[in-house]
Design a protein around this ligand. Sequence first.
Ligand code: AVJ
Length: 329
Amino acid sequence: MAIPITATALAKRIRASRARRSFLADVLAGLHAVPKQLPCKYFYDEHGSQLFDQICRLDEYYLTRCELAIMDRFAPEMGAQVGPGVMLVEYGSGSSVKTRYLLDALPDAVAYVGVDVAGQHLKQAARELARDYPRIEILSLCADFTGDFVLPVSKRPPTHVAVYFPGSTIGNFVPAQAAQLLGRIARLCGRDGGLLIGIDLKKDPATIEAAYNDRAGVTAEFNLNLLHRINRELGADFDASRFSHQAHYNREMGRVEIYLVSRDAQVVTLGNEKIEFLAGESICTEYSHKYTVEEFASIAAASGLALHREWTDRERRFAVLHFAVAEPR
Ligand code: AVJ
């Protein structure tokens, strides 16, 4: 006899099976592409998210440390710049340490909206913020910020909307995609809107490469975890020990390119499909673009966002930039 199931449990199963189907479609498309590639957004299953948190604490991974130092030092200036009465919309609301610096500094914020694809994580983070910021209406939206979504309505109407996009996640997108996303942000915020965004700056390649090739091998494990996830969730038979982690800085393109390299010739099975690898063949798993402030400001300008302020750490490794939505012409 069938076991009865509640409507919410059913909805959850339907969402899970949709998510699995698009994961499968993306993996098959990526592994059949030439050269092979996999979307970096799939790094973040539970174990992957834990490994990423570990990466953020590594000596070599300067990005998080620098961004936190910038927030610690300049959040009051950022809060004043964003202004009172705001609805603050955070993209990819992760562990929310940086968010707290900003919420502490914002004068009379109306609402905070965390936007993330990871629903469970999002709800938990929202509960913790609601407890600690009773004067700000804490909302969450389970959505992919690269697509269309509608902002929730807050009890008090905001005077303006600002997006907070920390972590240099924008670096994962090639410049044309980044421009598209920035244009979306400008349209979402509209009149009087703004954007506060973290970007990793161009610097000497050795410092950059070390951040993605840590001695403890955490980044390698993070990269290889993608294969374990594909095995577990899609029933593939990748032997992770036959792939190696590789990350190098491509100066011409201004980005770190991360790969999984097949150690020898091999065939991997995924469902009915056989995927062949030559010895030394690679799967590109991530790009992490590095910009100068000028380069990034010019991409943003073409998307309707005007640079108003910049804050950097003392070594100028990382920047947090404030943009205002330009007057529509
Ligand atoms: C989360 C995209 C900012 O590009 O540095 C860290 C991801 N990958 N180590 C980055 C990442 C390998 C990270 N971002």
